[in-house]
Design a protein around this ligand. Structure first.
Ligand code: DGL
Length: 280
């Protein structure tokens, strides 16, 4: 047990490898504007999508410890890759040692929970990073809850670099978006629901919609993660009491702050202040 962690109530932490978690933060703030949040993007080490299990776990653990030391009692991994590769180990092995009263939640379970209510054909596609697809986390979570749903995952390794480099609206993006969508629909032509299983991907939504045939539903995770968090806080009054509520958000990045501020405009309509921090 780490006795040095602040005991007083604090903000909810939202972590992502880079900018993608901002789509989760937006969904959460739309539904729960009264809470305080700390957003942490590990932009200096993004993307996480093609990194090994061990590296994603170590990086995510460092981020969670940092957010705890900054006063958070509850941290959301607003990143599918971290949720797929690090969440379980952190929940099962690290939290009991660090502080069993703190919580870390991910974005895969809330998405898996609603999927069976959305698909008619019972064929679902997951577009995600290589790490998330290879982990088969979506397949496992969906199978547990909806055993009759067939899941096909396709990795889109270039989508995150396109977004992180502010090229989501560029002509080059069309080629890579069209290619992966055609591929997943070729793998399973019966898919009627496509999950954007990477928190960066909603930024490509205009292009994705262009290449997904009518009648196929595209799921971005923000609103589902938000309603799951709302439900969690209603069911866990003790945790709710440990979350401060003044409607404030602080942003931190491991990269250059001017760059973060500039690129964050793609994800957030309002201008933001951001501070630098190092994870080690
Ligand atoms: N936004 C992250 C996700 O949801 C990962 C992007 C990356 O760093 O590769 O998977």
């Amino acid at each position: 047990m780490d006795d040095k962690l602040p005991k007083t109530p604090g903000p909810i932490g939202i972590f992502d490898s880079g900018y993608g978690g901002l789509t989760i933060l937006k969904g959460i703030r739309d539904l729960l504007p009264q809470y305080d949040y700390i957003y942490l993007g590990d932009n200096a080490r993004a993307p996480y999508g093609s990194r090994s299990f061990d590296v994603v776990y170590q990086f995510t653990r460092q981020a969670v410890l940092k957010l705890f030391s900054m006063g958070c009692h509850l941290v959301i991994l607003g990143c599918n890759t971290a949720s797929a590769k690090a969440l379980r180990t952190i929940q099962q092995n690290d939290l009991p040692e660090i502080d069993p009263t703190r919580r870390v939640l991910g974005v895969i379970r809330p998405t898996a929970e609603i999927i069976g209510e959305l698909t008619q054909t019972r064929h679902v596609g997951i577009l995600a990073t290589e790490g998330t697809v290879k982990s088969e986390s979506y397949n496992m979570e969906i199978q547990k809850l909806w055993p009759d749903v067939e899941v096909t995952g396709v990795a889109c390794p270039l989508w995150v670099p396109i977004i992180e480099n502010n090229e989501a609206e560029g002509d080059g993006a069309d080629y890579f978006v069209r290619k992966r969508i055609n591929h997943i629909l070729w793998r399973d032509p019966n898919i009627d629901t496509l999950i954007l299983g990477c928190t960066h991907y909603p930024i490509l939504m205009p292009k994705i919609k262009q290449y997904v045939p009518d009648g196929i539903r595209i799921i971005a995770q923000g609103e589902y993660v938000a309603s799951s968090l709302k439900d969690y806080l209603l069911r866990h009054k003790d945790m709710d009491a440990r979350c401060t509520k003044q409607g404030k958000v602080q942003y931190f990045t491991t990269e250059n702050t001017a760059k973060f501020k500039d690129n964050a405009r793609i994800f957030l309509p309002e201008g933001i202040d951001v501070e630098h921090l190092d994870l080690e």
